[in-house]
Design a protein around this ligand. Structure first.
Ligand SMILES: Cc1cc2nc3c(=O)[nH]c(=O)nc-3n(C[C@H](O)[C@H](O)[C@H](O)COP(=O)(O)OP(=O)(O)OC[C@H]3O[C@@H](n4cnc5c(N)ncnc54)[C@H](O)[C@@H]3O)c2cc1C
Length: 396
């Protein structure tokens, strides 16, 4: 079997590399400034490549899965996002393609495409995380509106969001999966309160969102009342397929090699010459290559019209395992510089902060090590992915 790229794919890869070199010369960092982020967005848009996963009828470039794979790999290894970031693009858009009415598609897709509106995901509730179908935020029909009451939690970015895609309960009469309705809610609607949850690293990403008599027009309902579970599950498979982290792990692997090539190992040579380290790194690389093939296979199947299904759980579970191992290799490379990172808030205001010690990459990668732990929880925990695989793949 020929696993290499075809000549067409290689030509496409050269085109992508040329765009990146042209639009985003080495030395610039995407995360550094708003200006840099805008530059990259405009560069993608100039070629019509920012909508790489969108169907052609909605303006997508009609790439093959192979082209999508190359695009993602090249952009990620250059430290650039492969598409306009955000939940609107990654999660809601596929739901609108499949289940949104033409009016909803017309109303919401252009703002997602142009990155004009920020979306957040209102799924989890206190007591309803893994067991999402038990959610209790109620939406009661009152003429042409739903009146929503309840509470969502862990809502990433709700404090900056303009809109929320939200799961609500419209009926409790039969099994919990029935009676869930998928609503799009304008965050400026009276009755919504967003309260911050500050995480252990001092950052504000999470929120609690409460709804008190929030009136949501019926026209903002996706699909049929009570069928929201079907749409929500579809959205989760898209979320999980995007959580295989293959490109990120490949980028980290290359950086680990660079770092280990100059760090002393136990036998007198560098860490990269240490047989124990290299054999573990190679094993992770082999597993990563296998994961990349599985991801490609899934992308081809999706392109041929099938839904990702339980395969998305396999991708997420294995992808999480590998990306977390990559961050652990960095801890090994950093050695004593992997001491706990102290957030700036630990120092009284006005006190000069001590100079950081060790290489710059060590601090960045230590932060990534902690952040990567969250991948075992977000989008459905590892245990839940195993349950799905046991039931739907192994038929246990
Ligand atoms: C970084 C991050 C971002 C997030 N962003 C959002 C967001 O934007 N919007 C949103 O709605 N939610 C968000 N979440 C919440 C996330 O979806 C939930 O945390 C997740 O679904 C788990 O739910 P829970 O926290 O209630 O844990 P629980 O469901 O209470 O689980 C606790 C533990 O029990 C285990 N467990 C539970 N049930 C089973 C079972 N049947 N079998 C075996 N083990 C089980 C779990 O694996 C876990 O280890 C985010 C979470 C993280 C970490």
């Amino acid at each position: 079997m020929d696993l290499d790229f075809s000549p067409d794919d290689r030509a496409f890869r050269d085109e992508v590399r040329a765009l990146i070199a042209d639009a985003f010369p080495p030395g610039l960092s995407y995360d550094d400034s708003r200006e840099h982020r805008k530059m990259w967005r405009l560069a993608m848009a100039s070629r019509g490549w920012s909508l790489n996963k969108w169907p052609v009828r909605f303006g997508g470039p009609g790439w093959t899965p192979g082209q999508n794979y190359i695009w993602e790999r090249e952009t990620t290894s250059a430290g650039l996002p492969p598409q306009v970031p955000g939940m609107g693009m990654a999660m809601l858009a596929p739901i609108l393609f499949g289940y949104g009415s033409p009016i909803q598609q017309e109303r919401f897709l252009p703002d997602i495409r142009e990155d004009r509106v920020v979306w957040c995901q209102g799924y989890s509730e206190p007591g309803s995380g893994s067991d999402l179908a038990s959610l209790g935020t109620r939406a009661v029909r009152d003429g042409e509106v739903y009146v929503v009451d309840g509470e969502k939690v862990w809502t990433s970015g709700a404090h900056e969001a303009d809109w929320m895609f939200c799961l609500t309960r419209t009926s409790s009469e039969s099994r919990p999966q029935a009676g869930i309705t998928f609503l799009l809610i304008d965050m400026k609607t009276p009755g919504i309160e967003v309260r911050p949850i500050i995480s252990i690293d001092g950052r504000h990403a999470f929120n609690r969102v409460t709804f008190d008599g929030v009136r949501v027009p019926v026209e903002n309902r996706i699909g049929i009342e009570g069928e929201g579970w079907t749409y929500a599950k579809g959205l989760l498979t898209h979320e999980r397929t995007g959580q295989a982290f293959v490109s990120l792990s490949m980028t980290l692997l290359a950086r680990i090699r660079d770092a280990a090539a100059v760090i002393p190992g136990s036998g007198g040579g560098t860490l990269l010459e240490d047989p124990g380290f290299v054999s573990r790194l190679t094993l992770a690389e082999v597993e990563l290559e296998a994961l990349a093939m599985t991801e490609m296979r899934t992308l081809w199947e999706v392109a041929a019209g099938s839904a990702p299904g339980a395969q998305s759980s396999m991708l997420k579970l294995k992808g999480t395992d590998i990306v977390q191992r990559m961050t652990e290799f960095f801890i090994e490379c950093a050695g004593p510089y992997a001491a706990p990172w102290l957030p700036a808030t630990d120092f009284p205001k006005g006190t000069p902060q001590p100079d950081p010690i060790g290489p710059d990459w060590a601090r960045r990668e230590i932060a990534r090590y902690f952040e990567a732990r969250a991948a075992s929880i977000a989008g459905g925990t590892d245990e839940i992915q195993r349950n799905i695989i046991a039931k739907h793949v192994l038929r246990l």
